[in-house]
Design a protein around this ligand. Structure first.
Ligand code: TYD
Ligand code: MG
Length: 460
């Protein structure tokens, strides 16, 4: 009888073990090891490989002097989507394996189909294991771009069949939606299991490298934010993009988490509309609400998302707590950080916030991690508590320390330049950020401050 080989895999991190264990030694998860069949008896060579002319196992690579190696940057495939190009570091690199992760329903399929439809100069193959041809066609019509004669659709989940179709179609760009639905006959376990996902990705990786065809893979994300199943997947691919945002808001952010061919701090912003995703090329304009008169509890932060400066509105509401236990709620901002800032205000400046509810909201459904937003958060909170409006023509960029000092933030010139470009009158920055800064260069009033006290004295 044919012998099958099996191993135990941790379903959360991909750790492999020969025997079952109660706790994964790698990620310390309990009861996460599951037996999976890793190899059927017989050939281990993927079918597409044995038929492909480009791969000959006898051919070995020779070492070459680095300056003799030629490469062409123009060979990157440029899409009409500027945001996508930028996140990838300037277009799709031939032979690259790109993973696009995101929660269900965030718009990964929409983004990928839109992309496949938008590059008629190259042949694209969109492979879906989740939807039928008719459903994809319906979606394409909704995107009003279904006229691309160079976009092929395949609904298939077996990698062997996929590679056969690839031989027939000879596409220049391949989209897989999603990796969790694929299965390879080399492995017996169910689609979506760690060993299947890993084997399918490995086959796609070999294919991409040997034929120089870029492959874009969609991957679902688990509740805790990691790509479902294996973390190993992230190591195998060249680029990991995260598609995120609040499903109930219209804005979506495409973020490079790892990129072998560009900066990992790039990001693109999209707006989900009835007819698909639209690029947002000037994010500051949409992140600030248009108002006639300034209202209390609102301030504008000059922050950076990735490498991109952006003005964003911070809204706070401070009200007397009806019960003994005051609430602290924040959307888009770390709640622990909010508590810390409130403690600084209470302890150092005597604001009696411990009996008040504090609600904080970052406009546009964004999640901000840039510490430079601290100052704007504090200004919004005090503005609401004192019921004194702050002019929306003033913006803030500074990190707040535990003693109420305003600390320097990175790329201050970029933040100032963006604020100036958008017509702000003034910007509050840390005193420690002014080194080497020439205020005369800018058409905006730069207000260096050392502590929160300086800020309060100027505003309230
Ligand atoms: P989808 O791309 O199917 O998400 P994913 O592949 O990440 O699971 O997008 C699903 C959501 O996008 C769905 O809630 C409807 C919305 N949507 C629009 O608002 N406009 C559109 O044109 C399309 C195609 C989808
Ligand atoms: Mg989908």
């Amino acid at each position: 009888m044919a012998k099958t080989k099996s191993a135990y895999f941790c379903q959360s991190c991909g750790f492999e073990s020969a025997k079952w264990l109660g706790q994964c030694p790698s990620c310390k998860q309990w009861n996460s090891l599951v037996e999976e069949v890793v190899e059927k008896s017989g050939s281990k060579v993927p079918e597409w490989r044995s038929t492909s002319v480009t791969s000959s196992p006898k051919r070995a690579n020779k070492a070459a002097v680095i300056h003799e190696i030629v490469y062409q940057d123009e060979s990157r495939i440029l899409t009409p989507d500027q945001e996508f190009n930028r996140v990838l570091g300037g277009g799709i690199v031939p032979g690259s394996l790109v993973l696009i992760g995101g929660e269900p329903g965030i718009g990964k399929s929409t983004l990928m189909l839109q992309l496949a439809l938008s590059i008629p100069q190259v042949k694209t193959l969109y492979i879906s294991g989740e939807e039928s041809e008719q459903q994809i066609k319906m979606r394409a019509e909704r995107l009003s771009q279904s006229s691309n004669a160079n976009c092929y659709i395949l609904t298939e989940t077996s990698t062997q069949n996929i590679f056969k179709q690839i031989e027939v179609v000879q596409p220049n760009v391949i989209v897989i939606d999603s990796i969790q639905t694929l299965h390879s006959s080399q492995i017996e376990s169910a689609p979506g299991s760690v060993s299947q996902v890993r084997e399918c990705t490995a086959e796609l990786l070999r294919f991409a490298k040997e034929t120089s065809t870029p492959v874009l893979i969609v991957g679902h994300i688990t509740k805790d934010g990691s790509i479902a199943g294996p973390k190993v997947l992230e190591h195998m691919v060249d680029t990991v993009l995260q598609f995120e945002g609040d499903r109930h808001h219209v804005y979506r952010i495409l973020r490079a988490v790892k990129n072998r061919f560009g900066s990992a701090s790039e990001l693109g912003i999209y707006e989900m509309q009835g007819s698909g995703l639209r690029e947002v090329s000037n994010p500051s304009e949409i992140m600030i609400s248009q108002r006639d008169a300034p209202v209390s509890g609102v301030s504008i932060a000059a922050m950076l998302e990735g490498a991109r400066p952006m003005m964003i509105e911070v809204q706070a509401l401070v009200s007397n707590s009806a019960f003994g236990n005051p609430q602290r709620t924040s959307t888009g901002f770390d709640t622990k950080r909010l508590s810390m800032l409130l403690a600084v205000l209470e302890k150092r400046f005597g604001f009696r916030l411990s009996a008040q509810d504090v609600f904080l909201n970052i406009a546009g459904g964004l999640r901000v991690e840039d510490p430079a937003i601290d100052l704007a958060v504090i200004v919004a909170i005090i503005s609401s508590q004192q019921d004194i409006a702050v002019k929306t023509s003033i913006t803030f960029a500074g990190e707040v320390g535990l003693s109420g000092e305003i600390r320097a933030v990175n790329r201050i010139e970029q933040r100032i330049a963006e604020a100036e470009k958008l017509g702000f009158e003034g910007i509050f920055i840390s005193k420690f950020n002014t080194k080497g800064l020439d205020p005369k260069k800018y058409n905006i009033a730069i207000r260096p401050v050392a502590t929160l006290e300086d800020v309060f004295r100027a505003l309230f």
